[in-house]
Design a protein around this ligand. Structure first.
Ligand code: XMP
Length: 327
């Protein structure tokens, strides 16, 4: 299956049995392609790279070298989950790189959104290349390319994507076992491989991560407020049974303050904005009605638990005209 065109006869993977058959077929193909050589994979913890990692672990075990780069812009607990699942549970060959300081230092004072994206993307490639140079005898590069990436390779995703690696990478070949699958099929395969729902059914998360939600020039304390408020939002949406019902939700922290008052003193604290959208294709979105009590609980928790925040707002704007992300 070297072609980038999905055969019309290829059955849609909609059941565990079909997923198992796909896995068995790919395990055999990967073993044949790779032999006893080593394969490198950038494992972000997103659905696609996680499913590829689990599939390749099944096929070639420790011949797969996973590199997880924490760019300091991950959501709360995300890198820890990658380590727990892949290193501790699946016994993967996983290299964890905490590159937080490198990324945040590069981003100091950079306010322009596309410039932030570019810096994060380029730094990611640099860190990954440095790591590759340290590992002996890597022959193949594995990638979590999926069919929509191939179909839209000139479109939004390619422009957005952070994991995009340079073309002059010297590998014997690419290993892209899910490149002909649609997202729902990748999830089905992930479930069949035993990955937890929190990973397989994960909502989309931009490559530049929290970097595009900490508006303007990123500062560490605002990033902290963003990560903590996002974690509270996710926890409370989970408690309210909204995870899986709302397509994407997160918080945003702008780069201006607003007036608050505490113990009779006026304060300059940040607002936190809640963004929640429903969509089929991310091109047109609606804003779901969220139960008032849920919003109130989230607001109370953010105001009580997150330092530096004095206000919580809910973004009512559909796409178009507002994009999903704030920048
Ligand atoms: P927008 O904000 O354009 O977002 O309505 C549409 C979808 O794309 C995600 N998004 C990104 N994904 N890198 C990514 O990998 C990016 O730079 C990026 N910007 C937006 C966004 O989260 C939404 O799901």
């Amino acid at each position: 299956m070297n072609s980038n065109v999905r055969p019309e006869t290829m059955e849609r993977i909609t059941t565990p049995a079909l997923a198992e058959a796909f896995i068995a077929e790919q395990v055999a193909l990967v073993r044949e392609q790779v032999g006893n050589k080593k394969v490198l994979l950038a494992l972000s913890g997103g659905v696609d790279s996680s499913v590829v990692a689990a599939l390749l672990i099944k096929a070639i075990g420790k011949q797969l070298v996973c590199v997880h780069v924490n760019h300091g812009l991950m959501r709360k607990g995300e890198s820890e989950q990658v380590i727990e699942i892949f290193r501790n549970q699946l016994d993967a060959n996983l290299i964890y790189i905490d590159a937080t300081d490198r990324f945040l230092d590069k981003l100091v004072g950079v306010a322009e959104p596309e410039k932030k994206r570019k810096i994060i993307g380029e730094e990611f490639v640099r860190v990954f290349e440095e790591e590759k140079a340290k590992i002996e005898g890597i022959s193949f590069l594995a990638q979590g390319t999926i069919y929509p990436d191939i179909l839209e390779s000139d479109g939004v995703k390619a422009h957005h994507n952070v994991g995009g690696l340079p073309e002059d990478f010297e590998f014997e070949g690419l290993v892209e076992p899910v490149k002909l699958l649609y997202k729902d099929e990748v999830r089905e395969v992930g479930r069949a491989l035993g990955l937890p729902s929190g990973m397989v059914d994960r909502q989309p998360f931009p490559g530049p991560g929290l970097g595009v939600r900490c508006l303007g020039a990123i500062t560490r304390n605002r990033l902290h407020a963003l990560r903590e408020s996002d974690a509270i939002l996710r926890e409370e949406f989970d408690n309210a049974g909204l995870t899986g019902k709302v397509w994407q939700f997160f918080t945003v922290v702008p780069d201006f303050t607003s007036t608050g008052v505490k113990d009779g003193k006026r304060l300059d604290y940040w607002p936190v904005i809640i963004r929640a959208v429903n969509t089929v294709d991310a091109m047109v979105c609606t804003v779901p009605e969220i139960d008032w009590a849920v919003l109130k609980k989230i607001t109370d928790r953010i105001l009580n638990e997150v330092d530096g925040v004095c206000r919580v707002c809910f973004d009512m704007s559909p796409k178009p005209i507002a994009t999903i992300e704030w920048e």
